[in-house]
Design a protein around this ligand. Structure first.
Ligand code: F0G
Length: 396
């Protein structure tokens, strides 16, 4: 049987619980499965790994949009930029609402359906809210999303509006929206939280790793952009699953990449601090503009467990990487480009070698955050175009 367990004091709870902090010490809970049984099934995407994600859930509760099974790209422009020959990009922007959040959302909302939840809530920099709104509506649940007023991309906001959510604008930044959410859900436990504070989200996000392992033999490094640190934590948990089941003998090293202006986890790790010290976050990569990440303890464990790395990159390094990702024809939102920028930086620092096998996760679609387009294509008027191709045809 799966249970929920506090990551600090070890208190255990039944999976029918819908409040996701420990009653005794207030820390985060994690899902612990009975790991003896592992068999991928014939379903697609995330639910193919059901026995590692939510083994007990009856199939009638599954709320899915066919998430997962995302493409793994290899492109010479990315190898050129980073100096790494075997670098692949796992494009999570190709999920139904355009980000990796859908993997966690299908599991969290399905679990909510099993619990009988009727009203979901989340705080978000835009992608969680887009995904939560969509999956809640598919499940017939009401959704309320708390967003920092004026600080999320319009494209993401429009998704939530279109999917029928109630948009609650909060004065301040993402961190204050998250703080508000925590106190609201503590006092109103009929509300079902869809942030990565909900440990079922992380169960779904583990499948990024399982899919990578279906395609790549022994990756040395897996890089993710790091904000609220849900993905970093989920990767660590997924690696532990495969390691303990004997499916892998070598743990890939997790690399969490933060934006310099929003890098409390990087600072904690490098200055050897015991606890995270929240910062006021500022970066062009609005998705990871987070100064007080909720999952820092789980992520710290994940980095330690895999002998991982935490690095920070500047906004201009993020935009350089985005330019290469976009020009290659793959495309991603700025926050996603942090993983590729991080690969380049670690190669230059001599930590990643040019012959290492590397996977960088792209977390969001190119259309998600269009205010920061880096202008690779060109625009000319029609007559200039006609003149130019006339000139070209003479030479061909
Ligand atoms: N990349 C994108 C595109 C994101 O939207 C996020 C998080 C991250 C990376 C960071 O992932 O939190 O697991 O470390 N976005 C959240 C949101 C916080 O509200 O959409 P993380």
């Amino acid at each position: 049987m799966s249970i929920l367990k506090c990551i600090s004091c070890g208190a255990q709870y039944d999976i029918s619980r819908r409040y996701f902090r420990c009653d005794k010490c207030g820390d985060l809970l994690e899902v612990v499965h009975d790991m003896e049984i592992y068999k991928p099934n014939s379903m697609k995407g995330v639910w193919r790994y059901k026995s590692l994600v939510h083994p007990e859930l009856h199939e009638k509760f599954i709320v899915t949009r066919g998430e997962g099974d995302t493409f793994l790209y290899k492109h010479e422009l990315i190898s050129e930029l980073t100096g790494i020959k075997e670098i692949r990009l796992k494009h999570e922007g190709e999920n139904p609402t355009g980000s990796f959040k859908d993997r966690g959302m299908t599991v969290a909302v399905s679990h909510g359906k099993f619990l009988g939840a009727r009203h979901t809530i989340c705080a978000s920099t835009g992608n969680t809210s887009a995904s939560a709104s969509s999956y809640s509506s598919i499940a017939g649940m009401k959704s309320s999303v708390l967003i920092p007023k004026g600080k999320i991309s319009r494209a993401k906001l429009i998704q939530s509006i279109a999917y029928g959510a109630e948009i609650v604008e909060v004065d301040g930044d993402f961190d204050s929206a998250m703080e508000n959410l925590e106190s609201i859900v503590k006092q109103n436990q009929h509300l079902y939280t869809l942030n990565s504070l909900n440990p079922w989200r992380l169960e779904g996000q583990k499948t990024i790793f399982y899919e990578i392992m279906d395609k790549v033999k022994e990756p040395d490094f897996i890089l993710v952009p790091a904000g609220n640190l849900g993905n970093t934590s989920a990767l660590g948990k997924a690696i532990r699953d495969y390691y303990e089941l004997g499916i892998i003998n070598k743990k890939p090293r997790i690399v969490a990449i933060q934006a310099e202006g929003a890098s409390p986890f990087y600072k904690m790790w490098h200055y050897g601090m015991d606890e995270i010290k929240p910062v006021i976050a500022e970066t062009i990569a609005s998705a990871i503009r987070i100064g007080n990440p909720v999952n820092w303890k789980k992520a710290k464990w994940a980095i330690k467990y895999t002998d991982g790395i935490v690095e920070a990159v500047s906004d201009s390094e993020i935009l350089d990487a985005k330019r290469a990702i976009d020009k290659s024809g793959i495309g991603a939102e700025p926050a996603s480009a942090a993983s590729v920028a991080g690969a380049k930086k670690l190669k230059e620092m001599g930590i990643i070698d040019k012959s290492d096998t590397v996977v960088a996760v792209l977390t969001g679609h190119v259309l998600k955050d269009i205010d920061n387009i880096t202008q690779i294509g060109s625009m000319i008027d029609f007559n200039t175009f006609l003149e130019r191709i006339k000139g070209e045809s003479k030479h061909n």
